[in-house]
Design a binder for this molecule. Sequence first.
Ligand code: TRP
Length: 342
Amino acid sequence: MPSMPADHRPRVLSGAQPTADSYHLGNYFGAFKQWVALQDDFEAFYFIPDLHAITVDYDPGLLRERTYIAAAQLLAAGVDPERSALFAQSHVPEHAQLAWVLSGITGFGEAGRMTQFKDKSAKGGSDSASVGLFTYPILMAADILIYQADRVPVGEDQRQHVELTRNLAQRFNHRFGETFTVPEAHIVKATAKIYDLQDPTSKMSGSAASHAGVVDLTDTRKQAAKKIRSAMTDSGSEVHFDVVDKPGISNLLSIYSALTDRPIAEIEKEFAGQQYGHFKVALGDLVADFVGAFGDRTRELLDDRAELDRVLARGADKAREVASVTLDLVYDRSGFVRPAAR
Ligand code: TRP
């Protein structure tokens, strides 16, 4: 195989958990759209964190199916396997190997201060929370550091995990010599944030109890349009962006703007003097077209599992080329005797 020319672009890395039956509109506008755009100027690594998915109660058959759906939806969103490494985390053993090394320099109290762990474990009681849920952020640090990533596009809720990652990288570098790139979080801008249609002050989330306010990327055209038309709106009647007093309409305006790439002010003008209902019907049609086309592309990809397997295998090969180099260096710096070449 001819060797690839060296890629001197900075590296970007991100992952999205396959914990629901589908990604949703919030994932698309809040994350995947940025991932796709970043492929031009960065050497990109995008993966499905299946190892993270087993830190809470789960069903193996479902996880397998959801991993395929996740892969198909990332491809449908525009992640290009020719340009980026798209892979499943469990295909690259170096993630777990590095996580173990990092766990040796992570403080127990430091890990205990992670607010996502505190929130998630509080929900089910500390007896039902697994050790894996506790060490989850260390595996996430390994995901990032194993590729020497420069930028990590994530939502606000993951900022603390990226901060921990930076601390661990600096600590390791300080104790054992320069080894890791210290990454930076790339937080998505507020207008790309999509909220629950029925509870427009909470983020749209795949783990929401009801999906009435969540547009799943597997929804039919009809389901999607209906969810938009039934979205909770605010008192008043003006189609106007005001997150504090009109979170419902503001969320719909954000979605309209994200789908059309038009500024909010222009959309407000277009619907000036019109009822909420009229605006919702127009947006419902737009969302239905988007989700419909997205679903068609996803189903086509899912129909050829062998091809999806090949895409993921190629992605893992690309990823391991980089990950194995970092792990070798880390093991050497850590004082492990390296096996002799045979
Ligand atoms: N924890 C992230 C989330 O729930 C997913 C994730 C795992 C991730 N490893 C990562 C994101 C590394 C960015 C980088 O959204």
